[in-house]
Design a protein around this ligand. Structure first.
Ligand SMILES: CC(C)C(=O)C(=O)O
Length: 506
């Protein structure tokens, strides 16, 4: 089987920058351009629209200076306009050598926006192509609104393509400008054109308005498209363009007759950098690059991973420079916990594993997202109960209101006898401690002094997740610490206190 190489043109720096509220600085553009060409190894990049601004001019200049030094100038493209050569002068002054000339690919656009006839339009286009040639500029031609042109004014599209076939241009670019094609139409339209002009190079430029960007790109390739326009993170006008990450995975996994030069391993790194520079957050469920897409949540999957890789798919995270993760929560089960323990280099016996699993399920039930980094804290919270549980805090009410002293009502059981007590204090926890102390005073037990109270959030925990309180207690002759873990700070302190009471009475 002969394998066809598809040209990948990245337009993150042009169409991607048309994402609402995104603007890259010149140095961000240069950094992204270098990564795209040198690390991700796309074939071409479109870096700007001509004449946009002075800042854009500087950005193009910086990129073309770098590209000239590294022999990439023929891979760096600028969107230009049919404007008697004003765009060409702009881009040539900025050092660029390839123009992607924006023309009208539907009769509707031609008559209502340009208000010109096809022959007037073609004449002006050929003049711009000639001007470019005279200045050493290679021309590719975009047929804007081509998809609607094929639907509603096919005769015009073919008249245009017949004209372009006579011109000294390198590529014809077929945009689904409004992202309105279906995969069936993408196939049919590209096939028809490729069958008519087998020797011309056609790029397909898909938008994602119906979330069909990748499907349409796949159909266009099956129909014979020679190149694709993609963006990092699917950025672009309105709903964006077909995204680089999933498109490359689809080509690699489902289209053995095609190949690209793109280095999959760098996809995640480049996508994260662009996320950072653009400020547009990658959705957590975005295939290949989203935060959650390689995380197994259901314990049955982690269990299957241990048993002959039952849940294997070709979409292995390592291909993209990522790692499989196993979520911890109420549906995670022992297998997920074991996987996380392995990653942390920890081991637990069956009984302790059961206790830790139970605790994670309890936390999961209370909405918690438990992370791998929380695990050592949960383990120490669960496993440092080396005493018999003689004391149980059954219930409590803590009040905090402006202008009134905080107060507590607490109910606790001490060796099967239940006590209830009210108290006030300087804060909620102080009121709670006063209530507890007065119960124990009645029983003749002296409790240790509280000499330190430290609260911390386990590193890696989200701000709404776990909170650990470590309390240091002191008798004249000895000092000891207890810790409590909960999503609520006061509850974590109460849990640490309950442990202290059990240590004291044991
Ligand atoms: C500006 C043009 C080329 C475009 O992005 C489109 O038509 O989708």
């Amino acid at each position: 089987m002969s394998v066809k190489k598809i040209e990948i043109m990245d337009t993150t720096l042009r169409d991607g920058e048309q994402t609402s509220s995104v603007s890259f600085s010149a140095s961000e553009k240069l950094t992204i351009a270098i990564l795209l060409l040198e690390e991700l190894k796309v074939d071409r990049i479109e870096i700007a629209s001509a004449r946009v601004s002075e800042g854009e001019f500087q950005a193009v200049k910086e990129i073309t200076n770098w590209a000239a030094e590294h022999d990439y100038l023929d891979k760096v493209e600028v969107l230009s306009f049919v404007d008697n050569g004003i765009s060409i002068n702009w881009m040539v002054e900025a050092g660029a050598k390839v123009q992607n000339l924006l023309t009208k690919g539907s009769l509707n656009h031609l008559t209502h926006q340009l208000k010109k006839t096809s022959s007037q339009h073609f004449k002006e286009i050929s003049e711009v192509i000639k001007l470019g040639q005279d200045k050493g500029v290679v021309t590719n031609v975009y047929l804007e609104d081509w998809s609607n042109g094929m639907r509603n004014s096919k005769a015009y599209v073919y008249e245009f393509l017949d004209f372009l076939a006579t011109q000294p241009i390198k590529r014809i670019m077929l945009p689904d400008t409004l992202g309105v094609l279906t995969p069936e139409e993408s196939y049919a339209f590209v096939k028809e054109i490729k069958d008519t002009y087998p020797n011309l190079h056609f790029d397909f430029h898909g938008h994602n308005d119906y979330d069909l960007g990748v499907a349409n790109v796949m159909s266009a390739l099956q129909a014979g498209a020679d190149g694709l326009h993609l963006t990092i993170n699917g950025m672009g006008e309105r709903a964006g363009n077909a995204p680089m990450s999933s498109t490359i995975a689809v080509i690699n996994d489902f289209m053995p007759e095609l190949t690209t030069g793109v280095n999959e391993k760098m996809l995640y790194t480049v996508c994260k950098l662009v996320e950072n520079f653009s400020g547009v957050v990658i959705p957590s469920n975005k295939p290949i690059i989203g935060a959650n897409v390689f995380t197994q949540t259901a314990g049955i999957h982690a269990d299957g991973d241990n048993k002959n890789n039952l849940y294997f798919s070709d979409l292995m995270p390592e291909r993209f420079g990522r790692k499989r993760q196993y979520a911890l929560g109420k549906s995670s089960g022992k297998a997920n916990i074991q996987k996380n323990l392995q990653q942390l280099g920890l081991q637990l016996n069956d009984e302790d594993l059961k206790k830790v699993t139970q605790r994670i399920i309890e936390l999961g039930d209370k909405k918690q997202v438990v992370t791998k980094e929380d695990l050592p804290y949960i383990i120490s919270d669960v496993l440092d109960r080396t005493y018999e549980e003689k004391i149980k805090i059954n219930s409590y009410v803590l009040t905090h209101s402006k202008g009134l002293k905080p107060s507590t009502t607490v109910s606790l059981t001490i060796e099967e006898e239940t006590f209830e007590e009210n108290a006030q204090g300087d804060g909620q926890f102080d009121a709670f401690m006063n209530a507890i102390r007065s119960v124990f005073k009645r029983k003749g037990t002296i409790l240790p002094d509280l000499i330190d109270y430290a609260v911390r959030i386990p590193p890696g925990s989200r701000s709404d997740a776990l909170c650990e309180t470590i309390i240091t207690w002191k008798y004249p002759e000895k000092e000891f610490k207890t810790r409590g873990l909960d999503s609520d700070q006061t509850v974590s302190a109460i849990k640490a206190t309950e442990k202290m009471l059990n240590i004291v009475v044991n």
